[in-house]
Design a protein. Sequence first.
Length: 119
Amino acid sequence: MRRPEGPVEIEYDKLISDSLYLDNQAHVLVARLRDLDAGTRSQLRRLYGAVRRACRAVEADRQHQFVMLRARLAYTIARHGLRSLDPLEKLLLQVTRRNETRGYDRFRDLFEAIIAYNE
């Protein structure tokens, strides 16, 4: 698989509608993680736990949980220099703005695939 040269942009609408696109983006992000960042497994697993908790939140609180997750993700990126996760932060902004259950679930699925492929 050819590695991307520039920043990766994940399209929200394609992510929602196309499972193969989700899988491909997970592979691309994992390749970037391996190329750009080291020692990311524990940070990714902690963030994934937060994503799962946010998805289980009651519907009235779910958007708030994901907004706070975005702040946590931004902190983790800055603290550990994980620039390869920038596309996830941008995608999370789109997900929280749209505030759709399907978007939250697909974000969780993408994160789960990233965890799986990064093992």
